[in-house]
Design a protein around this ligand. Structure first.
Ligand SMILES: [Zn+2]
Length: 548
């Protein structure tokens, strides 16, 4: 059976890869339609068309859609249900340069790649013939094809299948996860209408070596979280010929950058697994024109990975770091000013600047005390105006809101306002505490014990690449989510998460993916043997195990 399954998965992978589906483009729907067509041709769904549907994304100018297929087993009338997800979008193809037109044609691409410079490892893998190259092969059309093919195999004999398997082929995973977010709400509806008892959410996204020469195949029982701590920096403008009369916002912004970027002191940890440090994704000043005036306003934000810290804790940490950085700038300004005064024989007087950092929520309270209801009204109006531009980046939306709030404050002294930009991905990991977690871990142990292969397969806690699995649950501590809501301008307007549905789902998650290398690079490649012959067997056994 598994040999035929492997062939089927390989064929379907190529077929799905051939349909270009770059995230954020109308092409995403083409691959969704192909997936829908494939399901609709299976005898089970011909007989049960009501179990196959599109789920449309919300607030999406592109009107993208995901596909949800429900296989209901007849054995023992079980309500146990496993949710499996696979994304159908890919990142862009411009990294392939002159051979971009072959990016989604793996069979031709292999030869074309020889025209480009390749790393020794990529060249070795290309020459070995053991790898399949192409955009989306590895991330993650192979995984999606695996789930589709397994569901098809199981659907041939529903009377022998115990439990239910829901497969969601989701769009926009490489972007804002709008596909998964709509599916989460669909799952809650299905739970109510069908009485499904969800066991876990299974993803089959890629798994790659974690360090040079790493040959282990990983299964993950959890996923890393992501926050985007952001800072709006207000300095004091001055003439560049008289700079000590001001505070350059770029100076403060750079100090925050220096304090946090790639600083492992800010890594988050749990169960002996440590995240990557904060990584800056933007740093920019906000001066609209050239002039000999120092910068008054700047902003920057970071990708902040989490394993255990909730948004309230991360904000606290960020405020401390920014305060330290700001103070450093003021100390250094005083030092340099003293030297400058001494060398010019001017009298030195300590500069008036005070380092201060406050959160968006704190600033809102201060301005509200001054302006009352007028503030809420002004912020609502701005939000409504910004909402008219449906292509406005969510991060710019948040920035504009912070700017407006700060503008309405009577205090014009230098300050750093900390806030969150979208998106937010909660971390999840399986702790072996509740019955669902116990079931998941014992199932995996059994699966690994009973699956023979030549590979070294290990279980790790955190899927490290950010995934839609994050939305299978949300923190339940009141403070955690409130801190996020109150410090993310535009929350509930420009950026929405179905927090209640996520909290209600509250499921353990796992990822069993194909093996390969260089996702999001033009050397993206999938190792055939493990990906087509071994990973699908692990997935298949896990599905049956979790539902038994
Ligand atoms: Zn992916």
């Amino acid at each position: 059976m598994f040999e035929a399954l492997a062939q089927k998965i390989e064929k379907l992978t190529l077929e799905l890869v051939n349909i270009q589906s770059v995230v954020g483009s109308p092409d995403e729907n083409k691959v969704s339609e192909k997936v829908y067509e494939k399901f609709s041709q299976m005898p089970y769904f011909i007989k049960h068309p009501e179990n196959l549907r599109y789920v449309f994304t919300k607030d999406d100018p592109l009107q993208r859609k995901s596909v949800v297929a429900v296989l209901k087993g007849k054995k023992n009338n079980s309500k146990k249900t496993l949710v499996a997800i696979g994304h159908t979008d890919t990142v862009g193809i411009s990294d392939y340069g002159t051979i971009a037109e072959y990016a989604t044609k793996p069979l031709e691409l292999a030869e074309k790649l020889r025209e480009l410079s390749l790393s020794p490892d990529a060249l070795k893998d290309l020459n070995s013939g053991e790898y399949l190259f192409g955009r989306g092969v590895f991330d993650m059309k192979c995984g999606t094809s695996t789930l589709m093919s397994i569901l098809e195999a199981l659907s041939e004999k529903p009377e022998d299948f115990e439990g239910n398997l829901i497969m969601a082929a989701v769009c926009d995973e490489e972007g804002g996860s709008k596909g998964m977010l709509a599916v989460v709400e669909e799952l809650i509806e299905l739970q109510a209408s069908e009485g499904f008892e969800y066991m876990a959410v299974l993803d089959t996204d890629y798994s790659a070596p974690r360090y040079e020469g790493d040959n282990t195949r990983y299964i993950y029982v959890g996923t890393v979280g992501k926050l985007m701590p952001s800072f709006y920096v207000i300095g004091a403008e001055a003439h560049a010929g008289d700079p000590f009369k001001g505070v350059d916002s770029n100076h403060v912004s750079s100090a925050i950058m220096e304090e946090m970027n790639f600083n492992t002191e800010y890594c988050d940890a749990a169960e002996g697994e440590v995240t990557v440090p904060p990584i800056s994704l933007r740093q920019q000043d906000l001066k609209p024109e050239y002039s000999v005036q120092t910068n008054r306003a700047s902003y920057l934000y970071f990708n902040f990975s989490t394993h255990s810290s909730t948004p309230d804790k991360v904000l606290e940490l960020m405020n401390k770091g920014a305060q330290k950085a700001f103070q450093k700038v003021i100390d250094s300004l005083n030092e340099e000013y003293k030297k400058y005064c001494d060398s010019n024989k001017f009298p030195y007087e300590k500069l008036p600047w005070v380092a201060r950092v406050m959160s968006y929520e704190e600033l809102y309270e201060k301005v509200k005390a001054e302006r009352g209801a007028e503030l809420d009204k002004a912020m609502k109006e701005l939000s409504a105006r910004l909402m008219q531009d449906e292509n406005l980046d969510e991060r710019i939306f948040a920035l504009k809101m912070v700017e407006e709030l700060h503008n309405m404050w009577s205090d014009k002294n230098p300050v750093v306002i900390s806030y969150y930009s979208p998106p937010y991905y909660p971390h999840i990991y399986v702790k072996n505490e509740n019955p669902l977690e116990k079931k998941l871990l014992s199932t995996l142990e059994n699966v690994l014990k009973n699956t023979e292969s030549k590979y070294d397969i290990a279980i790790k806690k955190f899927y490290p690449y950010i995934s839609d699995l994050s939305y299978a649950a949300a923190p339940r501590e009141a403070n955690a989510i409130d801190s996020l809501k109150n410090n993310m301008p535009g929350w509930g307007e420009r950026y929405n998460l179905p927090i209640e549905a996520m909290q209600k789902l509250n499921l353990p998650v796992l990822n069993i993916g194909p093996f390969g290398k260089d996702a999001h690079k033009y050397t993206e490649r999938l190792e055939r043997d493990y990906s087509f012959n071994v990973a699908p067997r692990l997935v298949y056994a896990t599905v049956l195990g979790l539902l038994s």
